[in-house]
Design a protein around this ligand. Structure first.
Ligand SMILES: [Zn+2]
Length: 449
């Protein structure tokens, strides 16, 4: 087992040196796209940009954004992998499907080289999360549907010399717990709320609390939560394990941001593979990644053969939590707090359902942590108070429910700057985390006022 601080020494290089490598690879990538990608040839030409004009990271701001919808259209007009495909189809060895919230998924092609890049970025990610060669990991992300939490994470762990148990959340809670009891893995990877649910079921299904099993490290991602102190504390308590968060996304790879032992935000693990910019989602202006800055992540792949992306708008909204770290990794750190797709605008205030859920979670055990936004309006904007259903905890007496509702409403108002209309519902009313990520928004027929 290695005791070095990083998977790859580039993680500790001064950031300016990393940026020099990024600029060199950016120039190469643009030459490659100019020669091979009809989609980007047209896009750059329309913007009046010639590849030779983009030499530095600040020049990159002259390149137009790529939107998810453009990729869908590109794939539709030239299946199976779109006009942006830049490698011969017979060099593509794997296709992943991104979980689109609307319509058909987007498909991402991976060559042998791309696969190596994905594994290398993922290895840095899991290493930062505390995973080491020789570990034995229970895989509780979905293994199906071409989701990157499935096969690509399996490939990354195997690349690192970690033994993966590819059971998957699709197998069901009981099977996962049975495997946990039989095989005694020391590590677990899952979405944060499913990891909590799985741990909570252990005593009922196996007759033994989760913490009495062998899991001592958990890498969690796929939705915000793992970096929220109350959610992390709950997971750590249930499992008796160290919990660290990671982040990625299908369009650029699998996992490429990760918390280190400092647990103070996620480091980039894609140093010479992806340039990450933070922009103001409204103006599109690039923001300097200083502590406290909030914005949307925009990615440019600079070592990508099959499905390249320039300035891809992820819809992931992040907060910059710092620019240095005691672990020695360089670059800025982020925490993701929501996605554009999920964002609601309540009387002009931006509201992320995941942020409401975080507040509800801090009220456990008086709440079960489960909640839903009841959207009785079309689209994402409402001028009415936002309606929530929140499950109260099993031990609560009827006269405690009213005061809890009021306390919750006040807390949400003070933290998230809007006052919701809350309906408290009994335990076991709302859908629990399982195979699917639980939708935090329930759409109902619009009400007329
Ligand atoms: Zn660190």
């Amino acid at each position: 087992m290695s005791s070095t601080p990083f998977w790859n020494e580039i993680e500790g290089l001064p950031w300016r040196e990393v940026q020099r490598v990024q600029e060199e690879k950016l120039r190469k990538q643009l030459d490659y796209l100019w020669a091979r990608s009809p989609f980007y040839q047209r896009k750059l030409a329309q913007a009046g940009v010639k590849p030779g004009q983009i030499k530095t990271l600040s020049d990159l701001q002259n390149v137009p954004f790529t939107l998810k919808q453009e990729l869908r259209d590109s794939i539709k007009s030239s299946p199976p992998l779109g006009l942006h495909l830049a490698a011969p189809l017979n060099e593509v060895v794997q296709v992943q499907a991104s979980s689109g919230t609307t319509g058909s998924p987007s498909y991402v092609g991976v060559t042998r080289r791309d696969l190596w890049v994905w594994c290398e970025m993922g290895a840095r990610t899991f290493y930062a999360n505390g995973f080491r060669p020789g570990d034995f990991c229970l895989h509780a992300f979905s293994m199906s549907k071409g989701f990157v939490g499935g096969v690509p994470i399996f490939q990354i762990l195997q690349y690192m010399g970690i033994c993966d148990l590819p059971i998957g959340v699709d197998a069901g809670t009981e099977r996962l717990l049975r495997v946990l009891a039989d095989q005694r893995p020391g590590a677990l990877t899952a979405t944060p709320y499913f990891a909590i649910y799985l741990g909570e079921q252990a005593e009922q299904v196996l007759g033994v609390p989760a913490r009495e099993f062998s899991v001592r490290k958990i890498s969690t991602g796929g939705e915000p939560g793992g970096g929220i102190p109350s959610v992390r504390a709950k997971m750590e308590e249930i499992w008796g394990a160290e919990v660290r968060e990671m982040l990625g996304g299908t369009d650029l790879g699998c996992a490429y941001w990760a918390e280190c032992e400092d647990k103070s935000g996620m480091h980039t693990c894609a140093q010479e593979f992806i340039i990450a910019e933070i922009i103001d989602p409204e103006s599109g202006q690039v923001l300097e990644p200083k502590e406290g800055v909030k914005g949307e992540l925009v990615y440019t792949a600079i070592d990508r053969e099959a499905s390249p992306l320039l300035r891809f708008r992820t819809g992931d909204h992040v907060l910059v939590t710092g620019t240095d770290c005691r672990c020695g990794r360089t670059g800025f750190k982020v925490r993701c707090f929501g996605r554009t797709d999920d964002m609601l605008i309540v009387k002009g205030i931006n509201v992320f359902p995941s942020a409401i859920k975080d507040v509800v979670t801090t009220f456990e055990p008086r709440t079960t942590g489960l909640m839903k936004v009841i959207a009785d309006f079309t689209g994402h904007t409402t001028q009415q108070p936002l309606k929530l259903k929140v499950e109260y905890g099993p031990g609560l007496s009827p006269d405690q429910v009213g005061p809890l509702r009021e306390e919750l409403a006040r807390k949400i108002q003070s933290l998230l700057v809007f006052r919701p209309e809350i309906e408290m519902v009994p335990p076991d009313t709302l859908e629990k985390p399982g195979v699917q990520k639980v939708a935090l928004i329930e759409r109902v027929a619009p009400t007329q006022i």
